[in-house]
Design a protein around this ligand. Structure first.
Ligand SMILES: *[C@@H]1O[C@H](CO)[C@@H](O)[C@H](O)[C@H]1NC(C)=O
Ligand SMILES: *[C@@H]1O[C@H](CO)[C@@H](O)[C@H](O)[C@H]1NC(C)=O
Ligand SMILES: *[C@@H]1O[C@H](CO)[C@@H](O)[C@H](O)[C@H]1NC(C)=O
Ligand SMILES: *[C@@H]1O[C@H](CO)[C@@H](O)[C@H](O)[C@H]1NC(C)=O
Ligand SMILES: *[C@@H]1O[C@H](CO)[C@@H](O)[C@H](O)[C@H]1NC(C)=O
Ligand SMILES: *[C@@H]1O[C@H](CO)[C@@H](O)[C@H](O)[C@H]1NC(C)=O
Ligand SMILES: *[C@@H]1O[C@H](CO)[C@@H](O)[C@H](O)[C@H]1NC(C)=O
Ligand SMILES: *[C@@H]1O[C@H](CO)[C@@H](O)[C@H](O)[C@H]1NC(C)=O
Length: 221
């Protein structure tokens, strides 16, 4: 159905982001020739099929000329890791499912380290301006760092904590069903994860498995 060799403007819209169309025509002004776009590779590392509205920038060629929606530029870092920048943060693209209209992402900071106890450093703030939205397959994990609170459950002992303080990770269900959420914390960070993985991890203890969940990433549509 989708032929990666066609010029982007003649492709059927593969994603129900029809409101992208006006933006896309504005962006088209700065487009490289169709020929240059056809020359671009569509795979990077394990991710193949990086096609409209996403496009793989050739970071060896300067300056980068857009061959798709500019915000959906994917850079192939080290010729192996596809990176999508949203707002100020970088996300590793782990999969693109054109049929489901889904792109799977993981926080590039987290994926880049092998620490079993990674520290989530930022909220995902891109949603306000992005054409992408969280997929229904996502759920939130909330991290509470360095809390001076009497809660004893849901602690993450492996995170560095100040003397007398603890860090916690809770699901939305736990937060909603229980009024004793951690208080007096130095930082609170919300991170999206895949709901199915979350549900199947719960019985093994979130504190041990949240790193795996973060590595699995989340989906946007
Ligand atoms: C980038 O361009 C160079 C030279 O045109 C080409 O050899 C290389 O395969 C391109 N890389 C990608 C990721 O398209
Ligand atoms: C790319 O996507 C098309 C359409 O979904 C599919 O037919 C094709 O097999 C995919 N190619 C690769 C290399 O995944
Ligand atoms: C969203 O766009 C507005 C206006 O362009 C900008 O001021 C704001 O910083 C952007 N927010 C994010 C999270 O990128
Ligand atoms: C995101 O990736 C780009 C390209 O690799 C890099 O220049 C930029 O500094 C990265 N941003 C952050 C916040 O890591
Ligand atoms: C997760 O939290 C963000 C805001 O932090 C919210 O926009 C989003 O809807 C939440 N997702 C779910 C599945 O509750
Ligand atoms: C919590 O406190 C420890 C020790 O002071 C510190 O290393 C760590 O960065 C703090 N975490 C956060 C999220 O502020
Ligand atoms: C709320 O959490 C506290 C401590 O973690 C626990 O003792 C209590 O049973 C929980 N209450 C409910 C309604 O889940
Ligand atoms: C992250 O988002 C949560 C919920 O939206 C908010 O309570 C928290 O203050 C935010 N943290 C930072 C560091 O912005």
């Amino acid at each position: 159905m989708l032929d990666a060799k066609s010029p982007p403007s003649s492709l059927p819209l593969p994603i129900p982001l029809l409101f992208l169309v006006p933006l896309f025509s504005i962006a088209a002004v700065g487009f490289a020739s169709d020929y240059a776009c056809q020359e671009l590779s569509t795979s990077c590392g394990k991710v193949t099929n990086i096609t409209y509205p996403f496009w793989l920038a050739n970071d060896t060629a300067e300056p980068v000329t857009p061959c798709g929606y500019p915000d959906f530029m994917v850079i192939c870092r080290d010729n192996y890791t596809p990176i999508l920048s949203l707002a100020t943060d970088n996300y590793t693209v782990t999969h693109i499912d054109l049929d489901r209209h889904i792109i799977s992402l993981a926080d590039a900071d987290i994926l880049g380290i092998t620490d079993a106890c990674p520290r989530v450093r930022h909220n995902h703030t891109f949603l306000t301006n992005s054409s992408l939205a969280y997929a229904p397959s996502d759920a939130n994990l909330t991290f509470f760092f360095n809390c001076s609170d009497a809660l004893t459950e849901y602690t993450v002992p492996c995170l560095p904590h100040a003397v007398g303080k603890k860090s916690f990770v809770l699901t939305d269900e736990l937060i909603e069903s229980n009024s004793s959420v951690p208080r007096n914390c130095e930082a609170v960070i919300v991170a999206p994860v895949l709901k199915d993985y979350l549900d199947s991890s719960l019985k093994y203890g979130l504190a041990n498995l949240y790193g795996d969940l973060l590595h699995e990433g989340f989906e946007m549509s």
